[in-house]
Write a protein that binds this ligand. Structure first.
Ligand code: TYM
Length: 329
């Protein structure tokens, strides 16, 4: 779909989001945003970013004030990924819903088409879940439809939407794609980024409440070094001898897996894979490669985030027309 609309210069927009449940975002959260920035730069299209402070209020032990504050703070990390203010609208559900009739109307249209039985099947809700949780999926679905943003799309409801995210968000958009034709709207297209594993391995989960489960954008150089050396699950041999004879297993080695996300030079990555698999490269040296890359990436992110003032966040969050190059609109 992307190439098709690109070649024909047909308009489309990007939609992604973040559930602000903690101050610090981990590297996994950043993956879809880094990818979204690439898509925005490459295709030169408008982007909307939803901050679901309402979702986190409903699911976590947090007040409305806390999740709304976290949305504002997370917006700084998102902006630090380098989005273009002229082409990007970031909104908190709690703030935008109070002054956007089009948002609420789109939600109502979705809610009317989805039964309790369907959301129970998709999300696993039980009878003791709050009605807030049960109705929330319609709020995450709504920005997939351009009619929700009359200030951006001049009231057009036929602008296709592309959603970059990871697989954990798929249930929301399976529901969205199901209701779209019944609303007379276009189905959004999805593009999934690979799931970034926890330091302890793909079988474990990254959690904001366990600082050792991942690298966070707030980690210092020293913390990055310690966490990778201590916690990154190794596919290397148990002893130097064993490693040299049997080699390392890149399939399960978390440091290698992280390098596949962040090492720009594919040829170097392949050299590392071969040297590690043959046992020539030791785990410590592999980890060192990763530590250097992560310290640089996180350090640069930290600097860019420091430059994002409250005023900059307010500019991104102001409902307004976005700049794009489609004469038909
Ligand atoms: P949240 O805050 O849990 O996650 C934000 C984004 O990060 C992705 N993600 C990951 N990507 C790679 N590896 C991981 N380990 C990893 N963990 C999380 C998520 O898929 C997401 O793209 N309900 C949503 C917020 C939301 C949203 C959206 C997300 C609202 N509208 C539209 C994507 C698209 C949430 O809580 O995301």
């Amino acid at each position: 779909m992307i190439l098709n609309v690109y070649e024909q210069k047909k308009p489309f927009y990007l939609y992604t989001g973040r559930g602000p449940s903690s101050e610090a975002m981990h590297m996994g959260h950043l993956i879809p945003f880094i990818f979204t920035k690439w898509l925005q730069d490459t295709f030169d299209v408008p982007l909307v970013i939803q901050l679901t402070d309402d979702e986190k209020f409903l699911w976590k032990d947090l007040t409305l004030e806390q999740t709304n504050h976290l949305a504002f703070e997370n917006a700084k990390d998102i902006i630090a990924c380098g989005f273009d203010v002229e082409k990007t609208f970031i909104f908190s559900d709690l703030d935008f819903l109070t002054n956007s009739p089009a948002f609420y109307r789109t939600i109502c249209r979705i809610q009317k088409l989805v039964t309790y039985n369907q959301v129970k099947g998709i999300f696993g809700f039980t009878d003791s879940d709050s009605i807030g949780k049960i109705s929330f999926p319609a709020i995450q679905a709504a920005p997939s439809f351009s009619c929700m943003f009359p200030e951006i799309f001049n009231g057009r409801s036929d602008i296709p939407c592309l959603i970059p995210c990871a697989i954990d968000q798929d249930p929301y958009f399976r529901m969205t794609r199901d209701v779209a034709p019944r609303m007379g709207c276009l189905k959004p297209a999805l593009i999934h980024s690979t799931f970034f594993p926890a330091l302890q391995g793909a079988q474990t989960k990254m959690s904001a409440s366990d600082p050792n489960s991942s690298i966070f954008v707030t980690d210092t150089d020293e913390e990055i070094k310690d966490k990778i050396n201590k916690y990154a699950f190794s596919g290397g041999g148990a002893t130097v001898e064993e490693h040299k004879t049997k080699g390392g297993n890149c399939e399960v080695d978390v440091s290698y897996q992280y390098l596949t996300f962040f090492m720009e030079d594919d040829q170097r990555l392949e050299e590392i894979r071969m040297a590690y698999t043959s046992g020539e490269l030791m785990t410590g040296s592999l980890k060192k490669e990763l530590i250097d890359i992560l310290q640089k990436m996180v350090g640069e992110h930290r600097q860019r985030r420091e430059a994002v003032t409250d005023e900059v966040v307010r500019q991104f969050m102001k409902p307004r027309k976005l700049k794009y190059d489609y004469p038909a609109l």
